[in-house]
Design a protein around this ligand. Structure first.
Ligand code: PRP
Ligand code: MN
Ligand code: MG
Length: 177
């Protein structure tokens, strides 16, 4: 069994559901009359992605990218390796990137530059959680569910050593417990 214990629930599944529905309504209003390619970043985003997509009332295409931070070491280099690219062409398309959490912001900064270089029509970012204290670049999400303090959070897609993604609530983990 993996080490680690959820010590406190930070955001309940009901609070998440309420906020996801609000985000979906706002995105629906903002993109009214347009199609949208929604790009989920594997794997953390998948739970948020599947709920958010179902609260957006627009013609939507779904796609996914899988990325990993490039190089050894614990400090993120900001260089991202693309393990799985988009299946759809994104040229001339309105694209919304969906992420579970923004920490340093380096993953998203790289992805934004990459997708802009592929001639998207527009590009916005929707994250469920944002840790602004941890930012190492000036990335600001266009849509954000919750700003949270710098704690180790798991659940609702977020993992510790790949576990806990299936918890319905978001909790704070004590990795030593
Ligand atoms: C986490 C999270 C974001 C990224 C944020 O993914 O899901 O994708 O890190 O970090 P950053 O803002 O410092 O770049 P992780 O690499 O843990 O992969 P996972 O989504 O498969 O858990
Ligand atoms: Mn991720
Ligand atoms: Mg992770």
């Amino acid at each position: 069994m993996v080490k680690g214990k959820v010590e406190q629930i930070l955001i309940t599944k009901d609070e998440i559901a309420t906020r996801v529905a609000e985000l979906g309504r706002k995105i629906t209003e903002d993109y009214r009359g347009r199609d949208l390619l929604i790009v989920g970043i594997l794997k953390g985003a998948i739970v948020f992605y599947s709920d958010l997509c179902r609260s957006i009332d627009l013609p939507v295409k779904m796609d996914f990218m899988s990325v990993s931070s490039y190089g050894a070491g614990t400090v993120s280099s900001g260089i991202v390796k693309i393990n799985k690219d988009l299946d759809h062409s994104c040229e001339g398309v309105d694209v919304l990137i969906v992420e579970d959490i923004i920490d340093s912001g380096l993953t998203l900064q790289y992805l934004k530059e990459y997708l802009i270089s592929r001639q998207v029509r527009s590009l916005k970012v929707c994250c469920l959680l944002d840790k602004p204290e941890r930012r190492k670049c000036d990335l600001v999400p266009d849509y954000c569910g919750f700003q949270i303090p710098d704690a180790f959070v798991v659940g609702y897609g977020l993992d510790y050593a790949e576990y806990f993604r299936n918890l319905p609530d978001i909790g704070i983990l004590n990795p030593d417990a």
